[in-house]
Design a binder for this molecule. Structure first.
Ligand SMILES: [Zn+2]
Length: 70
């Protein structure tokens, strides 16, 4: 056995931009996309303000409470 990194793994596309993922930032292609994904989660509802996102109602994640202030 060697301590080398196995490179036989099929590279899956970056979930953010679709580019081939790198081993350093797996499963993302770069630290930038990794950061984007992190920001998505930090935003709470996984919503991207930059581009329209359609979320299945089955998830029950999206809630429209525009006029509801606490
Ligand atoms: Zn990417």
């Amino acid at each position: 056995m060697t301590a080398e990194i196995i490179k036989l793994k099929p590279t899956r596309p970056c979930p953010i931009c679709g580019k081939p993922s790198s081993q350093q930032h797996h499963p993302f292609c770069s630290g930038r996309c990794q950061d984007i994904d992190l920001n998505r989660w930090l935003s709470g509802s996984y919503v991207i303000p930059a581009e329209p996102v359609e979320v299945d109602e089955e998830d029950g994640v999206v809630t429209r409470d525009d006029g509801d202030e606490e």
